[in-house]
Design a protein. Structure first.
Length: 448
């Protein structure tokens, strides 16, 4: 989109501020707001930000070991194709940005969005275009209710639909005004829990849409005087995930490279190898897709979140699910779904990790083994061992150790981003374990 077109749209919509959005190692959406009269320069050259933005963790702490300190700046450069007016907020527009070096057009090597752009470009050069949709679950609730969602429990109940009807309608209207296709709304199991399912898009654009969805849900809820949370385990007996649906397409022939040629197979040979790569790197992937200590409360057996390194057809307890589709839709709709992912992740790194692991599986022709047609939580240890099915990491610390040893994911991220990310996330794990030690002393001191 041309700079002049963006300025004209801002004038027509009486936009006063344009938010320049980015997501850091902490998984939090950040930004700068530019006043409309200064927008032209920002669209052309970006705005400076300190490199230390990549040294903050999700607790708001600046981490000294995360490579970047008070010295050095980069530029927050808008991707003009992502510009959209936010009709649900007064006189505001927004655009997703890439972090670039101060001089020239080179992307900053520690920038998450740029890392995903590089990997998607590499896949496209190999004739494989990733088609993606990120299904996000979240809670809406009133702080006046004591910080707890109200309403009746029940999976997909119409009561749940009616309870959140007004705010969900406004969310959908706001998303569609931004050009984001909404396919359906799901009232999930817990009170106040919802899922908005959006259409697939190619490459980085799908992740940008997800960033806008997060922003839109929170903004619309604010206008209703409601609170929102995307936390993986926000309340007792409830979880929020962010399931990633993914397929690879041949751009020249516009064909789905995961679609099988035989009616007896759920995936093509490439699709199987892609799944094999994901399962091979699954423990390390979790450090990117489920990157907070709270994530691992969600990742329990028989909780619908996936706790084992297996795949299955229509199996919602498998890490990789191949959704069942009608036979006449397999060419278009065959895809995989990665389930142990949540909304605390930096979505650019989450998707980057999945694509890198899958590409590694394709290159090495990694076989995923036979699809599991049972709940792995109901399988005995002998059957799991025979199938090579492992329990996924049960803590953030365990997942980070696996990531630290994963050369494939390090190469995909680049060393500077990889090392800064590990330092930031290790600081969160260390803060958690330190608080647990305090709890242990105080609690047991009362007994002994």
């Amino acid at each position: 989109m041309e700079s002049q077109t963006i300025r004209e749209r801002c004038e027509r919509a009486d936009v006063k501020l344009v938010r320049l959005l980015y997501v850091g190692n902490d998984g939090v959406i950040h930004g700068h707001s530019i006043e409309r009269s200064h927008l032209a320069d920002a669209l052309e050259s970006g705005v400076p930000v300190p490199k230390l933005v990549q040294s903050f963790n999700a607790l708001g702490q600046r981490i000294k070991d995360a490579r970047f300190d008070a010295v050095g700046e980069v530029r927050l450069v808008p991707d003009r194709s992502t510009f959209r007016v936010l009709d649900h907020e007064a006189r505001v527009a927004a655009v997703c940005c890439t972090l670039q070096e101060m001089d020239g057009d080179a992307a900053w090597s520690a920038g998450p969005r740029a890392a995903l752009e590089r990997l998607v470009s590499s896949l496209e050069n190999d004739g494989a275009v990733p088609s993606l949709a990120l299904e996000s679950e979240f809670h809406v609730y009133a702080s006046a209710d004591g910080g707890q969602p109200d309403g009746d429990r029940g999976l997909y109940t119409t009561d749940g639909m009616r309870h959140s009807h007004d705010v969900v309608l406004d969310i959908i209207d706001a998303l569609e005004s931004q050009g984001i296709e909404v396919k359906k709304h799901v009232a999930e199991y817990a009170p106040g829990q919802n899922e908005i399912v959006t259409g697939h898009r190619d490459g980085v654009a799908a992740v940008d849409d997800y960033v806008f969805l997060r922003e839109t849900v929170a903004g619309v809820a604010d206008s209703h005087d409601l609170e929102t949370t995307f936390l993986p385990h926000p309340f007792e007996a409830t979880t929020n995930g962010c399931h990633v649906h993914l397929s690879l397409w041949d751009e020249a022939t516009e064909t789905n490279r995961f679609a099988p040629s035989s009616a007896d197979e759920p995936l093509s040979r490439m699709g199987r190898h892609f799944v094999g790569g994901i399962l091979d790197h699954c423990s390390a992937l979790l450090a990117l897709t489920s990157p907070t200590v709270n994530s691992y409360v969600r990742l329990q057996p028989q909780a619908g979140a996936a706790a084992y390194s297996c795949w299955g057809i229509g199996n919602r307890e498998a890490a990789v699910r191949v959704p069942e589709v009608p036979s006449d839709e397999r060419d278009a709709a065959t895809r995989i779904e990665f389930r142990p992912a949540d909304n605390t992740a930096n979505p650019y790194l989450s998707v980057l990790g999945l694509l890198a692991a899958g590409r590694d599986g394709i290159r090495n022709e990694t076989e995923p083994g036979e699809a599991l047609d049972a709940d792995p939580g109901n399988c005995d240890d002998e059957r799991l061992a025979e199938r090579g099915i492992r329990r996924l990491p049960t803590t953030l610390g365990e997942a980070l150790d696996a990531l630290a040893d994963d050369d494939v994911l390090e190469a995909a991220m680049g060393t500077r981003l990889f090392e800064s990310y590990l330092a930031v996330k290790r600081s969160e794990w260390e803060a958690f374990t330190a608080s647990a030690a305090t709890w242990e002393r105080q609690t047991l001191r009362q007994t002994f």
